[in-house]
Design a protein around this ligand. Structure first.
Ligand code: HEC
Length: 138
């Protein structure tokens, strides 16, 4: 009986699991290019609507710094970065954006993505963090 319950729970979890990449494709891709070089970004600047996601990911990881005993803890850094992204999606603000200031001058502040559910925000924020692991923006 226990095993049946566990299996049902697992199946349930995978049935309802939100795919962060799918959220990106459906909601963010219209403005944020997934992967592009710095040189191409410069060339395409006139047609871009937002900073490329590869740049956003790197910029946030660079800007969010954990100090103290947990300074080298990747899990804490990941958690803090994802929490920031989730919050920013609901209430973007000129007062605490972390991307390149030039991007805000050029594109303005991002429109709130508050139509997303908590699960969708979590999944897409995790995707932004993990997608560009070991990928450079250069
Ligand atoms: C209508 C265009 C548009 C859409 C759609 C959009 N964004 Fe943005 N986004 C922007 C612009 C412009 C900026 C740069 C200005 C800023 O940071 O507010 C930005 C910045 C960001 C940042 C950096 C925040 C910071 O600290 O400055 C994140 C993270 C982000 N977007 C994630 C997302 C995700 C995830 C989605 C999809 C759920 C999404 N965006 C959809 C336009 C958009």
């Amino acid at each position: 009986m226990k095993r049946i319950i566990a299996t049902t729970l697992l199946l349930g979890a995978s049935l309802f699991a939100v795919d962060g990449y799918k959220v990106y494709q459906e909601t963010c891709k219209a403005c944020h290019v997934e992967m592009i070089s710095v040189a191409e970004t410069m060339k395409q600047m006139k047609t871009l609507k937002a900073p490329p996601m590869v740049e956003v990911s790197h910029q946030l990881k660079r800007t969010i710094i954990i100090k103290g005993a947990k300074a080298d803890d990747e899990e804490i850094h990941r958690f803090a970065t994802i929490a920031f992204i989730k919050n920013y999606l609901q209430s973007p603000s000129i007062d605490y954006f972390m991307c390149n200031p030039g991007a805000v001058d050029r594109f303005g502040v991002m429109p709130a993505q508050s139509h997303l559910s908590e699960e969708e925000r979590q999944a897409v924020a995790e995707w932004i963090y993990d997608r560009y692991e070991d990928v450079e923006f250069k």
